[in-house]
Design a protein around this ligand. Structure first.
Ligand SMILES: *Cc1c(COP(=O)(O)O)cnc(C)c1O
Length: 436
């Protein structure tokens, strides 16, 4: 009898195949060797015939698209900004900009003079175009870094006045009051959980006050006997007013009338606004600081010049993708937010019909989606989903590509609002692959 090991094409022979060699150039030797080993293992199991071409094909099939352990996931949760799925998916314009920035680029060079230039100047210009009420802008790593810089640069060792109704935990144990004290400020809490008045703020302002901070409760709503103080009422207390709006809306959005936006908050009298880049703005992870003319612009300068600014500096990839998000077409999150529920329902009907025709227990149903990720709490978005038996949830998550749905009332729902329509075919294929 022939030793079966002698029938398995040898690793070096498979690696010498031009398409496999090209993959080594792209992905590195270790990843490709693992794929070849997986293909050889399938020969041992009898799944792949013991010939060279079949093993090459099986190895190519087993290769990841890129040399990263991250996997692309289809977001069928109905949560537009899913923090665990990387929040906002980037627009085609932002992806193209990433390609430019990936090489050497003039991120900090003035090509006219050949001298060092201001970092990310074209992005800052785009931000100021998008927020006409701002006079200065700065970009850091994320929203938390923007807040940490506000504390470290503008209020070290001094008091920051904040309402007890705005001591927010964002998620994964990240608490804004803890971040602020860790960055070296003393919190002066005012008001109560449900009610804070202008007099509470006014009574707390003293010699040691560095600034008043308003934080958007971006993931909860307090209802009932409540009172909070608008930005407009806090100007004139003699200290700068900083507003952390969280979600990164730069201008009012008709579908989210209660969500604060940078342009309006600055027009109402805030000196400085901080926000995230990867929430409703729809861009890469980033933290924005936008200053009003006058004091606000000086505050931005102080943040920019602080020694810690370098520690939270945004990289060239972020700067490029953020600028393209601002200048380019509507990013996917904003398209998903504005999608017509009737069109989502029609997609669900088509998908469910195709799956049912293949023998899958699938029905189209109406559902509700959410903005998520620290934006528009309490807002529900009419949506539609394909409902499957519950056991599909785990099987789809384990698939390739993994699909993340949500389990509701003993069913696995694939909500289509957060999923771009051009992913419907991939979703169908993924469900069919779990239906064997
Ligand atoms: C999300 C959020 C943050 C933190 O921003 P990251 O970009 O996640 O660091 C801070 N404040 C508010 C109000 C937020 O919603």
């Amino acid at each position: 009898m022939v030793d079966p090991r002698r029938l398995i094409p040898r690793t070096d022979a498979v690696l010498a195949e031009p398409r496999i060699a090209a993959a080594v150039e792209r992905l590195g030797r270790d990843i490709v060797k693992s794929a070849v080993a997986a293909a050889q293992e399938r020969v041992r199991c009898g799944e792949v015939p013991p010939d060279h071409d079949a093993v090459v094909e099986a190895a190519l099939d087993a290769l990841p698209a890129a040399a990263t352990g991250l996997r692309p996931v289809l977001n069928a949760t109905g949560v537009l900004l899913h923090t665990n799925l990387g929040r906002a998916p980037l627009s085609p314009a932002a992806r193209a900009a990433l390609d430019v920035a990936a090489g050497t680029c003039d991120v900090e060079l003035d090509l006219h003079t050949g001298a060092r230039g201001p970092r990310g100047a074209t992005l800052l210009a785009a931000l100021l175009d998008a927020v006409p009420t701002a006079a200065a802008a700065h970009v850091v790593n994320n929203g938390a870094a923007a807040l940490a810089m506000v504390a470290a640069a503008l209020a070290p060792g001094r008091e920051v006045i904040i309402s007890r109704g705005e001591l927010v935990e964002i998620g994964d144990g990240f608490r804004i009051p803890e971040l602020l004290t860790a960055a070296g400020v003393r919190l002066r809490e005012v008001g109560t959980t449900n009610r804070t008045s202008r007099a509470d703020y006014a009574g707390a302002v003293g010699e040691d006050t560095a600034l008043i901070l308003k934080v958007h409760p971006s993931n909860f709503v307090v209802s009932g006997f409540t009172q909070s103080v608008g930005i407009g009422e806090l100007t004139g207390l003699g200290v700068p007013v900083v507003a952390d709006i969280g979600s990164g809306l730069l201008a009012p959005h008709p579908l989210l009338p209660d969500e604060p936006d940078a342009a309006t908050v600055l027009a109402q009298g805030a000196d400085l606004v901080t926000a995230s880049g990867d929430k409703l703005l729809g861009g890469p992870q980033a933290g924005l600081l936008l200053g009003a003319p006058g004091v606000g612009a000086e505050l931005v300068q102080r943040v920019r010049r602080h020694p810690l600014a370098r520690a939270v500096r945004a990289d060239k990839l972020t700067l490029a993708a953020l600028e393209a998000t601002l200048r380019g077409p509507l990013p996917p999150v904003r398209a998903a937010l504005a999608a017509d529920p009737r069109e989502i329902r029609a997609r669900a009907e088509r998908l469910a019909a195709a799956l049912a025709a293949a023998g899958v227990d699938a029905t189209a149903i109406d559902s509700t989606a959410a903005v998520g990720g620290g934006g528009a709490p309490g807002v529900t978005l009419p949506s539609a989903a394909v409902a499957l038996p519950e056991h599909y949830a785990a099987a789809l998550r384990a698939g390739d590509p993994p699909v993340l749905g949500r389990v509701e009332h003993g069913r696995c729902l694939l909500d289509l609002r957060a999923l771009p329509a051009d992913a419907d075919a991939a979703l169908t294929t993924a469900v069919l692959a779990c239906s064997g």
